[in-house]
Design a protein around this ligand. Structure first.
Ligand code: DGY
Length: 325
């Protein structure tokens, strides 16, 4: 009998084809996330779950899944899964690191450039018929070249963003809980404590995972430390930035601009006050959304899942302790 798999959303065909060969699978083909009651109905039968970052996989879901051996998340982040609960039950949790690094770094830089040079406002003005003339004072932005880029979290993605910053002749500084002398040397970046980084940077970009310690890491006090001209970019996780403090900082021009791929909550409600601000550029969590990268992420998620079902150690397991259970 083939193992049974539930796939929480339509994923690229190449990855699905791999599943078909050795598993019986069912798939949620709705446009929105699989409803919790549907997942609770499906999960008692399955051996493996392919989940997305928008699916909350917690203890009660796992309690309904006596046969579940692996939760394979199609994302590098896995804050949507209660890993501790999974480990207690001997359920493996896997993620998709590496394959989205450069695509996400490209996008963080795209947001940074768009915010600095007011690309979204320019587009809006043209489409609203407001382009009347070339003007010496129209839509003046900030130079990126030779500015200071502050990176919070110098992991894989943060390091790629540093390279892009260097390509634009920026001075690149970083904060991380672990200092990285190797990268300081190879990338030519300098370490700062968080407060100094916030005070010194023209652009601040976040690349840390969402953990209890990073929840609302950027709040009122941190905005008060930033330059008034600072531009904040977040492509990591929404809750790392306190949304109320962000709104106040943008509205009161405590900082100049924010460009966000991620929000708290997601999706951001249409009546959220942040959406009324001209100095907030917000896009719907698409930093890894290139055809090639999403195919690689889905294939990696399937490979992790198949390895676990074969009794092998999945290449990207985040809770190896579960193997000992
Ligand atoms: C991830 O993989 O965690 C990213 O947020 C997806 O874009």
């Amino acid at each position: 009998m083939k193992p049974k798999v539930y796939v929480n959303r339509l994923i690229p065909e190449e990855a699905l084809k791999k599943l078909v060969q050795s598993c019986d699978y069912r798939i949620w083909d709705g446009e929105l996330a699989v409803p919790r009651d549907v997942l609770l109905r499906e999960i008692p039968q399955i051996d493996a779950l392919l989940s997305l970052l928008s699916d909350k996989i917690d203890g009660p879901i796992m309690d309904a899944a006596p046969k579940l051996r692996v939760i394979s998340n199609m994302a590098v982040g896995f804050d949507n899964i209660d890993v501790r609960e999974a480990t207690k039950r001997g359920i493996m949790v896997c993620n998709t690191p590496g394959v989205l690094t450069e695509t996400t770094a490209d996008f963080a830089f795209a947001l940074l450039l768009a915010a600095a040079r007011r690309v979204a406002e320019g587009d809006r003005n043209v489409k609203e018929g407001k382009w009347k003339t070339w003007g010496p004072m129209i839509l003046l932005g900030q130079d990126v070249h030779h500015a200071t880029l502050g990176i919070i979290g110098l992991g894989r993605i943060g390091a790629e963003v540093a390279k892009r910053g260097k390509g634009f002749d920026m001075k690149v500084i970083y904060f991380d809980t672990t200092r990285r002398p190797d990268l300081e040397k190879t990338l030519g970046v300098e370490y700062r404590d968080l407060k100094s980084l916030l005070a010194e940077s023209d652009f601040i970009t976040i690349h840390t995972p969402l953990l209890p310690e990073t929840n609302h890491l950027i709040s009122k006090e941190q905005f008060e430390t930033m330059k008034k001209t600072a531009i904040l970019v977040n492509t990591a996780r929404g809750p790392i930035v306190d949304p109320k403090a962000l709104y106040d900082a943008l509205r009161n021009r405590r900082i100049a601009y924010a460009a966000l791929d991620v929000t708290e909550p997601e999706p951001i409600p249409f009546n959220d006050p942040l959406l009324t601000l001209g100095n907030a550029l917000i896009v719907p969590h698409i930093a890894s959304a290139s055809v090639a990268t999403r195919t690689k992420m889905a294939t990696m998620a399937v490979d992790n899942l198949l390895a676990a079902l074969k009794g092998e150690r999945p290449p990207h397991i985040v809770n190896p302790e579960a193997l000992a259970k």
